[in-house]
Design a protein around this ligand. Structure first.
Ligand code: G1P
Length: 291
């Protein structure tokens, strides 16, 4: 029987070099989509999947993430004093329950696999989710909720994938699969950022995983892969042939907010999809397009 997924890891130590100068002094995970930072969307995606314990693997200059999920005493006291109930609720909704968040530092930028390994003591011997917050997923049920539901059926590891144009395989972890049924397929191969000519498929990993704790046995070895970094994809590749391991096609909205255009698209898509901002955003776009 599958063990319940209770914990999520957010690797948030990255320098955000694809988004300079915005990320020079600000964590890329604090960049805002409409009115909340990317990291809050990732936390809310987990909460909607029944996951309430979080490990943030951070680095220097990421203090704002920790502050964001804490109580903001002066702000909240002022909002109470001024009777601003809606604003107070928005602030309080961005708070994580006491004791449910751990912040640990990666210390050296050795790769995504190393960042996830830094969370090992806080995860222990149970399945866990990993979310890369610069990939924004919009959909209901959430991408992580879909992965958790799949894990409940397979009791194994499961990663979300989407089809990408072949020339983009060099930006992603790529999965080879067999026996696909209803969007779920066994994984037969995994390779990090392959050349388009050598990619075994065009199915890309999109930064959403539910993993069995066995992955730490492979990450423990600290083997460097693509780009000289310790890659999560390489550790996952070593799990093939062991316990059940599936790729799940994700069909909801996905925005790569680690680059300018993806970030802009995410802002527009979220604004157009929200009842409180859709009308005004549409009017604003019409105005701008008419020039
Ligand atoms: C990371 C992973 C890669 C995955 C991608 C999704 O790469 O290493 O396997 O496909 O995230 O965004 P990065 O974009 O951090 O280089």
């Amino acid at each position: 029987m599958a063990q319940r997924v209770r914990k999520a890891v957010f690797p948030v130590a990255g320098l955000g070099t694809r988004f300079l100068p915005a990320t020079k002094a600000t964590a890329k995970e604090m960049l805002t989509i409409v009115d909340r930072p990317l990291i809050q969307y990732a936390v809310e995606e987990c909460l909607a999947a029944g996951i309430e314990e979080f490990v943030f693997v951070t680095g220097r200059n990421k203090g704002a993430i920790e502050d964001h999920f804490d109580h903001a005493y002066e702000l909240e006291a002022t909002l109470v004093q001024r009777g601003k109930k809606a604003e107070l609720k928005q602030t309080e909704d961005a708070t994580i329950k006491p004791g449910n968040a751990i912040f640990t530092r990666q210390q050296k930028p050795l790769g995504l696999g190393h960042a996830v390994w830094c969370a090992r003591h806080w995860i222990g011997d149970e399945p866990f989710a990993v979310l890369l917050p610069d990939e924004l997923m919009i959909g209901s049920p959430t991408c992580t909720a879909q992965l958790v539901a799949t894990h409940e059926k397979t009791a194994g590891s499961v990663v979300a994938v989407v089809e990408v144009p072949r020339e983009q395989t060099k930006s992603y972890g790529i999965a080879a699969i067999r026996a696909e049924k209803d969007g779920l397929a066994e994984i037969t191969g995994l390779v990090e950022k392959p050349d388009p000519a050598e990619a075994p498929s065009t199915l890309a990993l999109i930064g959403r995983y539910v993993l069995l704790p066995e992955v730490f046995d492979h990450l423990d070895k600290h083997e460097a892969g693509a780009g000289g970094e310790i890659q999560l994809t390489d550790a996952l590749a070593k799990m093939i042939g062991g316990k059940p391991f599936h790729a799940m096609r994700y069909a909801g909205g996905r925005y790569d907010c680690g680059n300018r255009l993806g970030f802009l698209e995410a802002n527009l898509a979220v604004a157009l999809g929200r009842a409180d901002t859709a009308g005004e955003t549409r009017a604003l776009l019409d105005r701008l397009l008419k020039g």
